[in-house]
Design a protein around this ligand. Sequence first.
Ligand code: SF4
Length: 351
Amino acid sequence: MNSEPATPRLAWSLLQPDWLEVCKAARQPAFRARQIWKWLYQERVDNWESMTNLPAAWRKELAVSHPLTPWAAEERQVADDGVTKLLLTCRDGQAIETVLIPADERLTLCVSTQAGCAFGCAFCATGRGGYVRDLDAGEIVGQYMAASRAAAPRRITNLVVMGMGEPFANYDATLRAVRIFNDYDGIGIGARRITLSTCGVVPGIRRLAGENLQVELSVSLHAPTDELRSRIMPVNRKWPLAELLEACAEYTERTGRIITFEYTLVDGLNDSPEHADALLARIRPVRGRVNLIPLSPVEGYEGRTPTRATCEAYARRLSQGGLNVTLRQSRGGGIDAACGQLRLRRSAART
Ligand code: SF4
């Protein structure tokens, strides 16, 4: 009988129980699963040859069935403020981005979940490039492995799933990767130091509420009315604000956690006192806080960054209305810091 060899699966895609299954199928004792886990996430080796306490013949088989293909970091950009962007190449040639953001004693990694994105938000370079494919969990975890080598000797302390792609459009792979990041015997990033960010995919918010994970959730709003939000975020036509905020309220009730609402301030578009008042009225009933981010210039989008005074006035108005507000600084000046810009520029150069 002819049996097709199983499709290789990146070693970083597997959870601890999956390794037990691999051991069972190979008639290896269960303790080998822990040995592999230790090599992968405590020793952080990137080849099977180095796992010297595993049988040599089995290592050769594992190298084929569960490759540990390191990324080729084709391009690395470091900004004056220390923000580092890596452009990584997948095995099929797709380029994805991952970004390291230092802030005092914290070092945050921003990972991507898709090559490209189908959601088409107006001021996002990734959305402009269109959707190509979902990343698998190993490609998401692999970004961490590459970035942690680039960051050494510093350790990554926080993780945000805010890079290229919409995490809830690739829900299973994203959650699998989050469980690997969070595994106490491995990478061990505490759930509260992991943030998942969505542009407003309501079924994903509802599903996450039932996962029993203490991760942080952030929801991009960027506009206080359906009319404006649908113009700059097409996702709003499918899940308008009322439905989105109802799901957010249910999420906070069910999990006891609060939500961070992201709001990018664009000059003359969504930064007036009236916009602030409308936003206040919309989100006051939900347990949340607001992050205001002045627009970072994006190639191909004509919106401008508001003045600092306008941003501060907007923040003050929300704060006086009783909201917990943070006005963020744009980071990564001098490099293609906004998500997808580096990849977009590289693929434009290719064509
Ligand atoms: S902001 Fe996020 S969801 Fe929107 S187009 Fe960009 S990657 Fe996709």
